[in-house]
Write a protein that binds this ligand. Structure first.
Ligand SMILES: [Zn+2]
Length: 294
């Protein structure tokens, strides 16, 4: 079977292999099972090298070169490990390099969006009521050393805007991005912190919503680019607004800290009527057209 997403370049010993976050590696008899969510399930024939390959895969955290991970392996085990790493890259199960910029440095927060919720976000997170960076000047003047997270704050159902925002971030506007919305009115969402490589994107998330929706055809309408004026934004109830902004603010404040909290990379859903808050894992969609190049 040919690789579904051929990587641009072959794996090298200098590569920093990193398994998809949340992966589980299970050594069983003469195979290794690799599981991440419902879309990624592999059984790898590893024969006598099962324990060795399982150890190498568990060590694929994006922080050590492949050469180091292969230390002490015999020639046959090395060849097998390299073949498996290469194959997993082509399947978007494994990526090269760290997911996050170096920890311990402050991030710059850019906020996009209009309306009362975005205004409140600027006041709470930036201590300003002024407008923030707009898309046109995105990423052109910032010092390279300052990582940037861009946040889209919405209170309408303009999903075309979400996809357009997502595309710009995937193209390199920011180092990470986040979506906060009370557009559905009955609930508020705070997306996972999204990263360019090896993580789900907002299109993955919307495709997930669509699959769960009793009326998926509505997504066709909502995701079609149109005039922003066709959306009538609803001001969220004050408690809902405060809670989603507090959750998002916590995700933003934790960016420079290690270890990262798993819940930073989960979807938070807050019910407007009860304020019940739930966390849901969001998996990379292997067929997502947004981040599909891996
Ligand atoms: Zn995606």
């Amino acid at each position: 079977m040919p690789p579904s997403h051929p990587p641009a370049s072959p794996v090298t010993l200098a590569s920093l292999p990193r398994l998809l976050p949340g992966s589980t590696v299970i050594a069983a008899e003469r195979v290794v099972h690799l599981i991440a969510g419902e879309d990624f399930r592999f059984t790898i024939q590893t024969g006598d090298a099962t324990e060795v390959i399982a150890r190498v895969l568990r060590d694929c955290q994006g922080d050590r070169p492949l050469a180091e991970l292969l230390n002490g392996l015999g020639p046959a085990e090395r060849d097998l490990a390299i073949r498996i790493v290469d194959r997993l890259r082509s399947e978007r199960m494994l990526f090269d390099g760290r997911a996050m910029p170096t920890a311990g440095i402050p991030w710059r927060i850019d906020i996009e969006g209009t309306g009362s919720l975005a205004q409140q976000a600027r006041e709470v997170w930036l201590g300003t009521s002024g407008s923030s960076c707009q898309p046109a000047d995105a990423g052109t003047t910032r010092p390279m050393a300052t990582p940037v997270i861009r946040v889209l704050v919405q209170q309408d159902l303009d999903l075309a805007r979400v996809l357009e925002f997502n595309r710009r971030q995937l193209a390199g506007e920011a180092d990470a991005w986040l979506w906060v919305t009370t557009g559905p009115l009955s609930r508020g969402y705070v997306s996972p912190v999204l990263l360019k490589r090896g993580r789900p994107c907002l299109e993955c998330l919307l495709r997930h919503f669509r699959r769960l929706s009793p009326a998926p055809q509505l997504y066709d309408v909502l995701e079609r680019p149109g005039e922003p004026a066709q959306f009538v934004p609803g001001d969220p109830a004050e408690p809902l607004a405060r809670i989603v902004l507090e959750i998002a603010g916590w995700k933003l404040r934790r960016l420079g800290q290690t270890p990262a909290a798993a819940s930073q990379f989960a979807l938070h859903v807050v019910e407007a009527n009860t304020l019940e808050t739930a966390l849901h894992p969001v998996w990379l969609d292997p067929t997502c057209p947004g981040c599909g190049d891996g």
